[in-house]
Design a protein around this ligand. Structure first.
Ligand code: 13P
Ligand code: SF4
Length: 325
């Protein structure tokens, strides 16, 4: 027998029926309904990254986007509580930009291999090795690492940020592949760090060539966290938002998004007429976030993000400097 929540949330199910079989919806309906009520009670918003599963992204999120968009939207959010459906560094960035608001991450284990790859001490040692060279830090880092940096960047604005400094050389960390992909497009000399995204480093150029052979006419979009040889074989490279915009603008009949798996689900909902070929890799950190723990986060006010004020002030400066470019 169908639950009442199932019937009441039927219009929301319509949004995701393209990618969620009807048999699965009863498992989501209660939590979706509870989250919508809790958001009203607590004056809360849910911010969801493009890698969140469709029932989160399309049914309970108020604001969605790539890392840059989430940072900007967090700042504009008129709410007392922000639930970040994404990974820990995103919640920290939201807190840096909204020190007065309560920012919650539903599972503290939602980390990131890039953020794990570097410590504040590493950044200080790099500065000693390259004296006077500015440090551009990808937002996929802890607040403590951002605090050691001159400016942050995301995959949306990396080249623009590097060039905005007017320097001949920059240190760009921690994503070696993003840094190499930017270096291929700019005259600025870039010193890299050997951090990698565990999701994007697994794509290979041979895989891209295989896709072209297997699916004639396919348009291949790659995230710039992919190795440079993968980006070189792709038709386009950009942040998750840029990939989504590319699909909306070009409407390729057959397309592959070389990135995290939920991205194709979320974008394909908006373009059911297009064929999405789906070799993808799951991000185990993004997948820590579920409807059930978003509901618990709102019910129990957990897990609240706090940042040491001394670190926060310096990290905020690096993020705000990026947002001003
Ligand atoms: P963007 O959404 O900013 O492209 O970042 C991708 C990513 O890997 C975030 O974890
Ligand atoms: Fe980090 Fe990669 Fe997961 Fe993004 S997809 S959160 S960069 S591990």
């Amino acid at each position: 027998m169908l639950s009442e929540a199932f019937t009441r949330t039927a219009p929301l199910y319509e949004r995701v029926r393209h990618v969620i079989p009807p048999i699965e919806w009863p498992f989501f309906a209660d939590d979706v309904e509870a989250i919508l009520a809790l958001k009203r009670q607590r004056n809360a918003v849910v911010l969801a990254h493009n890698y969140q599963t469709p029932e989160i992204f399309h049914c309970v999120a108020d604001l969605v986007g790539d890392s840059l968009a989430l940072a900007r939207k967090a700042m504009a959010a008129e709410a007392d509580v922000i639930v970040l459906a994404g990974v820990h560094f995103m919640a920290e960035t939201a807190k840096l930009l909204n020190p007065e608001k309560t920012v919650l991450i539903p599972d503290t284990r939602a980390g990131c291999s890039l953020a794990e790859s570097i410590t504040p001490k590493d950044v200080r040692l790099l500065r000693q090795r390259y004296p006077g060279v500015p440090v551009v830090t990808y937002v996929n880092t802890s607040a403590a690492v951002k605090a050691e940096s001159d400016i942050c960047c995301t995959s949306s604005n990396a080249r623009k940020i590097v060039e905005s400094l007017g320097a001949e050389q920059v240190i760009m960390l921690p994503d070696e592949y993003l840094a190499q992909n930017v270096a291929a497009e700019t005259d600025v000399k870039i010193f890299t760090w050997a951090g990698h995204c565990e999701v994007h480093e697994r794509f290979t150029a041979a895989e891209v060539r295989g896709l072209r052979w297997q699916f004639p006419g396919v348009v291949i979009l790659a995230h710039p966290e992919c190795p440079p040889e993968v980006v070189a074989e792709a038709d386009f490279s950009g942040s998750t938002a840029a990939m989504s915009d590319y699909v909306a603008g070009h409407k390729p009949g057959r397309v592959v998004l070389l990135t995290e798996c939920s991205m194709s689900d979320n974008v394909s909902i908006q373009h059911p007429e297009l064929e999405f070929i789906r070799p993808c890799n799951l991000c185990p950190h993004m997948k820590r976030i579920t409807l059930a723990n978003i509901r618990e986060a709102l019910e129990q006010n957990r897990h609240e993000i706090t940042i040491d004020p001394a670190i926060a002030a310096r990290a905020r400066r690096a993020v705000e400097r990026m947002l001003a470019v």
